[in-house]
Design a protein around this ligand. Structure first.
Ligand code: DD3
Length: 332
């Protein structure tokens, strides 16, 4: 994937300043949500050359759109998403905008508020060059619940993963500090029980309401929940404990406000744990995909082979190659 993100020079300042519901600003943040205000790190709009081929999906409720197209002759997926309105920018937003009346009726009136550009930003994610798998991932599709026994994993899922050997280069870049090093919130460098905690890029970090961090294990031989054995309990407990502590320190969110879980199937086959804020319905936090880390730990304590032997259930999209494998083997 091409690197379109300019590296920022500044890290975060003091770590113990109190935060209410909003995330503290970085030195270079002007308070309107712009980093490096006045000297935007990247001014050239690479999306000017984007040729849309089709909309993969969109959601009026989530206020996002997933677009497939071409960027300089390469396949690309572009994700656009409107961000939440921030309480700390309200005063400026209300005073600096143009207000156009739409209708008035009794005590009710509606308007179109035209906000200054800095309050009107759209979070944009670019995947380029995008593979067929990326394109399919964001295509609106029907889902089917798959029942995977321990044997199914060995005979269907594992061979499928080995054949396709999906790249986790971006994960290694994070672990090796080749990318996103300035975004790391906490690191335990131990090769066996260590991990890196950083914001998932779905989270713009402007407000803690939709807090979303990921803990990525340093250890590279655990693909997913299925590989977890009781020998990994120290790693899991370490991620759980230190992850919660680091989030309390940095964001002042206590453990009882956090949803800490793993995905099965995960979107990338390198052990990672999701930390999201309770009350925020993060994508993938529903029962058919999420496994609470506390449950995972307890299950492994009761049965060291739990995740190797149990039948696990998960949704797959109609176009998913793995679903095809389950169908062809007559397991669906
Ligand atoms: C991904 C799941 C993966 C497309 C898209 C997202 N957080 C990431 C690269 C860097 C990151 C993530 C794969 C990919 Cl839109 C294909 O997510 C990432 N960095 N979730 C962070 N911090």
């Amino acid at each position: 994937m091409a690197d379109y993100t300019a590296k920022r020079e500044t890290g975060d300042g003091a770590e113990s300043e109190p935060v209410s519901h909003r995330v503290k600003r970085t030195k270079a943040d002007d308070g309107a949500g712009r980093k490096d205000a006045g000297k935007e790190p990247e001014c050239t709009n690479i999306l000017q050359g984007f040729k849309t081929s089709r909309v993969l999906s969109d959601s009026a409720r989530e206020k996002n759109i997933f677009i497939h197209g071409k960027l300089a002759d390469e396949e690309a997926v572009v994700i656009l998403e409107k961000t939440p309105i921030r309480e700390d920018t309200l005063a400026d937003l209300l005073s600096a905008s143009v207000l156009k009346l739409e209708m008035k009726n009794d005590i009710y009136s509606t308007y179109r508020l035209q906000a200054p550009p800095q309050f009107n930003e759209i979070k944009t994610t670019v995947v380029c060059p995008a593979t067929e798998k990326h394109v399919k991932k964001y295509q609106r599709q029907e889902s089917f619940l798959v029942e995977e026994t321990g044997e199914d994993y060995q005979s269907i899922t594992l061979p499928y993963l080995q054949q396709h050997n999906f790249s986790v280069q971006w994960v290694y870049n994070i672990l090796e500090k080749k990318a996103e090093a300035d975004r790391i919130v906490y690191e335990d460098p131990d090769p066996n029980v260590g991990f890196v905690l950083l914001p998932d890029f779905k989270w713009d970090q402007k407000q803690v309401d939709d807090l979303y961090l990921i803990a990525i294990a340093h250890c590279r031989d655990i693909k997913s929940l299925r590989d977890l054995k009781s020998e990994h309990l120290p790693l899991l407990k370490n991620i759980f404990q230190k992850g919660k502590e680091a989030i309390m320190q940095r964001y002042h969110i206590p453990a009882n406000k956090l949803r800490v879980y793993l995905h099965y199937q995960p979107s990338y086959y390198h052990l990672h744990v999701h930390f999201t804020k309770l009350g925020y319905e993060a994508p993938g936090c529903s029962v058919e995909r999420a496994h609470l880390l506390s449950d995972v730990i307890q299950n492994l304590q009761c049965d060291p082979q739990y995740y190797r032997t149990r039948t696990l259930y998960f949704p797959l999209k109609a176009e998913d190659g793995l679903l095809r494998e389950f169908k062809e083997t007559g397991r669906l």
